[in-house]
Design a binder for this molecule. Structure first.
Ligand SMILES: Cc1ncc(COP(=O)(O)O)c(C=O)c1O
Length: 411
């Protein structure tokens, strides 16, 4: 029995186990792969667990900042120890209410995704007697990199379309309560490989340098975005970026020659790279149904517990592999929910399993519970255990609950 299996004995299944040492290792590895002095924003959406998010901030080396997109993520970041001033608030649908909470708590750095968004940020800041520092998120054409999820380079709800900037710039610069401080690009997640990532960074660095000249976008901070990849729900070692640092330095020297003295400051963002590898989901096998030439392994966690892939519109994951040894067979791995969509893996190779066995799904520290259909079929969320140096740090469970609201005006 391995260490994590003992945790399943102690705390039951389904159970997420997060190894905080691996979170810190991933942070150090990513900082080392980037040029010195870069800021690194942790995308809290990947895993808002306070100790997981906090492990990216604590330690002797450079610390992450937080990229947040809601009041809940702001709460999570603050609970994890981030200061409001270390947060970058992003998202295409920020509301007045959310912005007011963020400004009141001290968030000052925002990514504005449209002129309306910028005006709204500025107006709320002004009402609080503050000035919001705003990056313009830019929807540019892409370098054509292979990626799991492309967010830009085509029509989308994200960012200001590059071609609209020259005409908009006077109005954007004059927005009350908001000071333009730079550009934000987040064009993709989960880049295919290092050369894809580099091609995309080259494209955005060149673009940002051009925008600073014409139409005169202020460029104190340039957030290049991300796309750092990680294996998800399959065994696999962390991705390495051996050329990234030198190549980024070369292209920054070329296009933004004063970057080494902080003009502009530079930043990247990452969720999955930083936390995917820390997490394992332990599931119990409830039943194995064999018949009509098919085997179904029914486990106690389905898309209500590990819905990241379904959340991304891929109800059928390519390969949820099981970290097992010995004889294997082909089976569909399904969850306990009353829908044929509760499918973790169709026709995957699994160890020959029986009711009562334990299944380990590796590399699921990112986009686990909070990217799942948590409320569907009203099952409890899996418990979450954090571990450091092999010792349990905490055990907790997320609990959605119905809260009575006033029948009057919305709160
Ligand atoms: C603005 C922004 N930053 C960062 C991320 C994190 O992406 P990843 O987990 O692939 O690093 C996302 C993901 O959607 C995002 O929208």
């Amino acid at each position: 029995m391995t260490g994590v299996d003992e945790l399943a004995e102690r705390f039951g299944t389904p159970l997420y186990v997060y190894d905080l040492d691996r979170v810190a290792e991933a942070r150090d590895r990513l900082f080392a792969a980037l040029p010195g002095g870069f800021d690194l924003f942790y995308a809290v959406k990947a895993n808002p667990h306070p100790e997981v998010a906090g492990a990216l901030r604590d330690g002797s080396g450079p610390a992450c900042r937080a990229e947040i997109s809601s009041t809940g993520e702001l709460d999570a970041a603050l609970a994890a120890g981030y200061a409001a001033g270390e947060c970058l608030y992003t998202g295409p649908g920020k509301t007045d209410t959310e912005l007011a909470v963020a400004i009141a708590r001290g968030v000052r750095l925002f990514s504005a995704e449209s002129p309306t968004d910028l005006r709204r940020i500025g107006a709320v800041a002004e009402r609080h007697g503050a000035v919001a520092e705003c990056l313009l998120r830019i929807n540019c054409t892409s370098a054509g990199a292979a990626t799991g999820i492309r967010m830009m380079g085509r029509p989308s709800q994200f960012g200001l379309d590059l071609e609209s900037l020259p005409a908009l710039m006077p109005e954007l610069r004059a927005t009350r309560g908001a000071r333009l401080v730079g550009a934000h690009f987040f064009t993709m997640s989960n880049a295919g490989d290092e050369s894809d990532l580099l091609a995309e960074f080259e494209r955005v660095v060149e673009l940002a340098a051009g925008l600073a000249v014409d139409p005169g976008l202020p460029l104190e901070l340039l957030d290049l975005g991300g796309g750092f990849a990680a294996p998800y729900a399959v065994p696999g070692a962390p991705v390495r970026y051996p050329k990234l640092r030198a190549e980024l330095e070369r292209l920054l020297d070329l296009h933004l020659p004063r970057w080494r003295t902080g003009t502009p400051r530079l930043a990247c963002e990452s969720g999955r790279y930083l936390v995917a590898g820390c997490g394992t989901l332990l599931c119990g096998v409830v039943n194995v149904k064999r018949g009509r030439g098919q085997t179904y392994v029914i486990v106690d966690a389905g898309i209500n517990a590990i819905g990241g892939l379904s959340g991304l519109g891929r109800l059928l994951p390519m390969a949820v592999c099981l970290d097992g040894v010995g004889a294997t067979e082909q089976a569909s791995l399904v969850g306990p929910l009353c829908t044929p969509g509760d499918l973790l893996g169709r026709d995957v190779q699994v160890p020959v399993l029986a009711a009562g066995d334990l299944v380990r799904i590796p590399n699921v520290g990112a986009y686990g519970i909070t990217a799942s259909l948590l409320g569907f079929l009203s099952r409890p969320a899996p418990a979450e255990v954090t571990v450091r140096n092999g010792a349990v740090v905490s055990v907790s469970r997320l609990e959605p609950r119905r809260v009575p609201l006033s029948k009057g005006a919305p709160s």
